[in-house]
Design a protein around this ligand. Structure first.
Ligand code: TNX
Length: 531
């Protein structure tokens, strides 16, 4: 009886998706879909098989089928579902895949395990979302189809700020699951900021002993109201390793962010000699742009930062290390006698020159470790903050290997950066900030975002690596409040990063989103719904 009940919705939904490619309900929307004749009946009797290099992917597939059918599928040479590496697909895109459903079975091929993994995510979404519910299924009829798909951009990132409000391992894993489901490949982990240092650094234990703890928290924007509760939390290096491994299984690279020279007050509270003001004694309990920053003219401070980066680069296997670089208040630098003397001795024309020259030293240091530095677009030296005086004359030039993370200022700055040869990730705040309300950044606007700014000459397009969407966490103390800011906008950004502009279709996205939202509901994820 139960089995019959659970098949009914499948028959209905599947008969709908058989009509035309328009009805394919997969997010992000695949780039090429060809419907065939006939169908494949998927049941608990289905066997699976994979190339040796695809053990991890086979496990994901097996777990998924077990969830739906209530029993583990058998592995068998003839395999009703086959996972294969196909080098010929590499010519196009390492992350691409082909998914073929025919009367004879299902084949998922990729040039790399990553491609196959993404093929499995599409397969998941081809099934009715109820498949992943607690009601066990007996069979699903899948229409014959060939999907050939690859991402538009290599950088499809989600950023979580854990400094302002720490969320912890289980929440991060849940988010990584959702990123993988939506084929996002970069988790940008904002681990340090003024209001909390969240990563254990063995050489400097006070960073977490003192810097991960604050006594209170501002409760509302522009308000004196405080929660009255202390807030703390950090990741040990073992925790970090666990998360890295979890992300790797889901083909997600983690880009750690260690902010410098600004957004540094939690570190300064731990080791007072790091700061420029000499007055920072505690981790701030309020939010907004702060005044203190690392004193980058002191060789001891620069050595400290290199020591921190050594541990970070040792931990994280990825190529890119984010060093922040945004919103430095230069006023205290200009008030600090010894910093002014340093700038004069080095013939620096402005504090911006000092920031760039420091950033270049760090960039060279990261290059030497075989990695690459990334920073918010202030590191280019342009004036982007109206409220912070002028940067003055800037004569230093950012190191060419740096990846520019555009978030603020005129779009012409993106044009300029790529023309000067830089690679850029576009996170324009108007279009990608998940802390913004849905009124200010509605789903449709998120969906419409194009990381390649209008009018950019085609020869520069490949320098736009992709996009990031950012969950700044000042005003999301709880997981639920965070989830409502992230979902469903994350799905829109996944499609922005994956689907070619000509294949994007907001109506189709909204239809497909219904299934995705059902799955979120099943996984206990809160999402915002339009009124
Ligand atoms: C600006 S974006 C910041 C963050 C804040 C965010 C709030 C960026 C590089 N800096 O420190 O959390 O605005 O929207």
């Amino acid at each position: 009886m139960n089995a019959i009940k659970s098949i009914l919705p499948f028959v209905f939904i599947l008969s709908v998706i058989q009509f035309s490619a328009q009805d394919l309900t997969v997010v992000p929307r695949p780039n090429s879909v060809h419907w065939g004749e006939g169908s494949f009946s998927l049941s608990s009797a289905v066997t699976i098989r994979a190339d040796k290099a695809l053990k991890n992917e086979l496990r994901h597939l097996s777990n998924f089928l077990q969830k739906g059918f209530g029993e583990k599928p058998r592995e068998n040479k003839r395999g009703g579902i086959r996972l294969k590496i196909d080098q010929t697909l590499a010519e196009k895109n390492e992350e691409g895949y082909q998914l073929e459903v025919s009367q004879n079975g299902i084949v998922i091929k990729g040039a790399s395990p990553t491609g196959v993994f993404y093929g499995i995510q599409t397969f998941r979404q081809l099934l009715p979302p109820e498949f992943e519910s607690d009601d066990k299924s007996t069979a699903v009829d899948l229409p014959s189809v060939t999907i050939t798909d690859e991402p538009r951009f290599p950088w499809r990132a989600f950023m979580l700020d854990e400094s302002r409000h720490f969320k912890g391992k289980e929440t991060v894993k849940k988010l990584l699951d959702q990123m993988a489901y939506l084929k996002m490949n970069t988790f940008h982990w904002h681990l340090t900021d003024d209001q909390g240092w969240r990563i254990e650094i063995k050489k400097y234990p006070k960073l977490t002993e003192i810097g991960s703890f604050r006594t209170d928290t501002q409760a509302e924007r522009k308000s004196e109201l405080r929660t009255g509760e202390p807030h703390s939390g950090h990741y040990t290096q073992d925790d970090i390793k666990e998360i890295i491994a979890y992300a790797k299984e889901r083909h997600i690279n983690i880009v750690p962010e260690i902010e410098m020279p600004g957004h540094a007050m939690a570190a300064v509270a731990a080791y007072h000699w790091l700061g420029t003001l000499r007055t920072t004694k505690e981790v701030p309990v309020t939010f907004g742009k702060m005044d203190d920053s690392f004193d980058v003219t002191d060789p001891k401070v620069v050595s400290f930062l290199k020591d921190v980066l050594d541990e970070v680069m040792n931990l994280f296997p990825g190529q890119v290390v984010h060093i922040g670089g945004d919103e430095v208040n230069f006023e205290p630098w200009l008030q600090n006698e010894h910093m002014v003397e340093y700038m004069e001795a080095k013939h620096m024309k402005s504090p911006m020159d000092l920031q760039i020259s420091f950033t270049n030293e760090i960039s060279n240091y990261i290059d030497k470790a075989g990695k690459r530095m990334m920073g918010w677009n202030e590191i280019l030296g342009h004036q982007v903050h109206e409220d912070r005086g002028t940067s003055g004359t800037v004569s230093e030039k950012l190191a060419p290997s740096a990846i520019v993370h555009f978030w603020k200022g005129d779009l012409s700055l993106v044009h300029k950066a790529v023309e000067e040869g830089y690679e850029v990730v576009n996170s324009n705040h108007w279009d990608t900030y998940l802390d913004y309300t849905y009124q200010r950044l509605p789903l449709e606007k998120s969906y419409a975002f194009d990381p390649v700014p209008e009018g950019l000459k085609p020869e520069y397009h490949s320098q736009i690596l992709g996009l990031g969407t950012q969950m700044w966490s000042e005003w999301i103390p709880t997981v639920e409040s965070m989830e409502r800011q992230i979902f469903p906008r994350l799905a829109a950004y996944a499609e922005v990063g994956w689907t070619e502009g000509e294949h994007k279709d907001y109506q189709a996205f909204q239809n497909a989103l219904e299934g995705v939202q059902y799955t979120w509901g099943q996984n206990g994820i809160h999402y915002h719904q339009e009124e």
